[in-house]
Write a protein that binds this ligand. Structure first.
Ligand code: SF4
Length: 235
């Protein structure tokens, strides 16, 4: 493969981005993705268990993370971040605990259904792998994010941020529906690398790669084709 072609391939960009994310692990951590040991639950906003990650994935929809963290802390102190304890509560009891989050009634119903279903599996990992997919409120992004951050499966979560950042950096249009296969074909199947890469993409999406990108403060600006060539690609 010639040098020019090599430099334009997605694997080249993935490798460069991974190094940049590693160098900027402090920024990624400050933005809520606690770069940790590969199997630590702390990656997900510093939470203390896989069960808390699953519960927060329902609570966070259309709600600020700070509010979710407060509710989780309250649930933790009362023992309700244990899935089996949560499953023993009525919908109204769950509602009274999570009332601070938006759409709390819908989420109380979903959380109860999730907790009851999860209690049927011998391990949380098996629940995430086999029982989570068809539950109400679990879209593709949430499912694959939980597979990675709870199930510790090297499957890459598709996200709008991933689509936008990858498309702009490589100058190749990568829709959300192709993010997963694109990364999985170009990134070594390594749990730490998968978690870091997803965290890095979301961090860049949330801090600088807005609809109107703020490239000047972006950690990827040195390698980003849109920034370097002023290309007109807008995703
Ligand atoms: S340099 Fe600009 S376009 Fe490229 S990823 Fe960063 S913010 Fe997005």
């Amino acid at each position: 493969m010639g040098r020019g072609r090599e430099n334009s391939s997605i694997s080249y960009y993935v490798e460069r981005m991974l190094s940049i994310f590693l160098e900027n692990r402090q920024l990624i951590t400050e933005k809520g993705w606690i770069v940790s040991d590969p199997e630590s639950p702390r990656w997900w906003g510093g939470l203390e268990s896989y069960e808390e990650i699953i519960i927060s994935s329902i609570l966070v929809q259309m709600t600020r993370w700070e509010t979710v963290a407060e509710v989780i802390e309250n649930m933790r102190q009362r023992g309700y971040t244990n899935i089996r304890s949560l499953a023993s509560l009525s919908e109204d009891e769950i509602l009274s605990i999570i009332r601070k989050v938006n759409f709390s009634r819908t989420k109380a119903k979903r959380l109860r259904a999730l907790a009851i279903e999860a209690s049927k599996y011998p391990t949380l990992k098996e629940f995430v792998k086999y029982g989570l997919r068809d539950l109400e409120g679990i879209g593709d992004e949430t499912y694959y994010s939980l597979l990675l951050f709870v199930g510790n499966e090297t499957q890459f979560p598709p996200s709008e941020y991933g689509s936008r950042v990858m498309s702009r950096v490589t100058s190749m249009r990568i829709p959300k529906s192709r993010v997963r296969e694109t990364i999985e074909s170009n990134l070594e199947r390594d749990l730490f690398k998968y978690k870091l890469f997803h965290s890095g993409l979301v961090t860049v999406g949330r801090t600088s790669c807005f609809k109107e990108p703020k490239c000047g403060k972006c950690i990827l600006k040195m390698i980003c084709k849109l920034n370097n060539n002023n290309e007109a690609l807008r995703i």
